[in-house]
Design a protein around this ligand. Structure first.
Ligand SMILES: [Zn+2]
Ligand SMILES: [Zn+2]
Length: 262
């Protein structure tokens, strides 16, 4: 069943068909690479000077908040700019974001690889940075940040699964408990993202970063700057140019609006 945004002009089945064998191969390769680099990072951490175990919860919190922020940043980027025809990322990433907006339940029908492959592949970056950090220095500070990187791999990798649970009609009792406790993204919190004006709550790991980012108008400011520099209208490809211009008009910021180009 489609639960699309009323003004979205994209066709769900056409977007779904964009999931090719090549894309799946990329996901499988990404999972393999992250598994290898992540394991290597953990081994290197055990070989490094040991931190007191008390630092582990702080490193986990840091990794979780970092993953939440990155989930929001990447989600905002692909929701807001470009189209399926954008070189490289159009087919690889933007397609899945457009598809999710016209058929929110589709993610609940995806298997493990299609749901999580992209995010696990993305975690390769966290593993690489963690390894480079330890390679550059084995001080306790470096060990702490590399440990945060290891936790970030876990949380970035889990983000799509957590997002999928937020859309499931009947998740398990344990998942419902974690959602109610706001330890993972709650369906009610995420539903705000899928409601007009479609420009809130981009963070989808735990959602904890949404409040602070909203408070400082993080994404709104970035959009103003990008629009001023490029003339591009945020969300024009996602919800249509007219609705996108209305969304901008709702923002209480006294800056000139981009003009519609016919
Ligand atoms: Zn979205
Ligand atoms: Zn969603």
């Amino acid at each position: 069943m489609s639960q699309g945004q009323g003004s979205n002009e994209h066709d769900a089945s056409e977007l779904e068909a964009g999931y090719t064998a090549g894309h799946r191969l990329y996901e499988l390769g990404g999972i393999a690479l992250t598994t290898i680099l992540g394991t290597w990072l953990v081994v290197r951490l055990f070989q490094s000077p040991h931190l007191s175990g008390w630092w582990a919860p702080l490193a986990a919190l840091m990794g979780m908040l970092f993953a939440d922020f990155i989930s929001g940043f990447v989600h905002w980027m692909f929701d807001t700019w470009g189209s399926v025809d954008t070189p490289v990322v159009g087919r690889l990433a933007i397609r899945t974001f457009r598809h999710h907006h016209v058929d929110q339940k589709a993610i609940t029908r995806h298997d493990f690889i299609e749901t999580n492959g992209h995010n696990i592949a993305l975690s390769t970056i966290c593993a690489t940075f963690g390894l480079l950090w330890l390679h550059a220095s084995s001080s306790l500070t470096s060990v702490f940040f590399a440990m945060g990187g290891a936790f970030a791999i876990v949380f970035v990798s889990m983000t799509s699964q957590i997002h999928k649970w937020a859309h499931e009609t009947e998740p398990s009792a344990l998942i419902r408990f974690l959602q109610r406790a706001r330890i993972i993204l709650s369906p009610a919190h995420h539903a705000v993202h899928h409601a007009a004006p479609y420009n809130r709550n981009y963070c989808i790991t735990v959602g904890w970063m949404n409040g602070p980012l909203r408070a400082i108008r993080f994404f709104e400011t970035l959009e103003r700057v990008i629009t001023a520099v490029t003339g591009a209208i945020p969300r024009a490809d996602d919800i249509g140019e007219e609705a996108a211009l209305e969304t901008i008009a709702e923002l209480p910021v006294d800056a000139p609006l981009p003009q519609r180009v016919d």
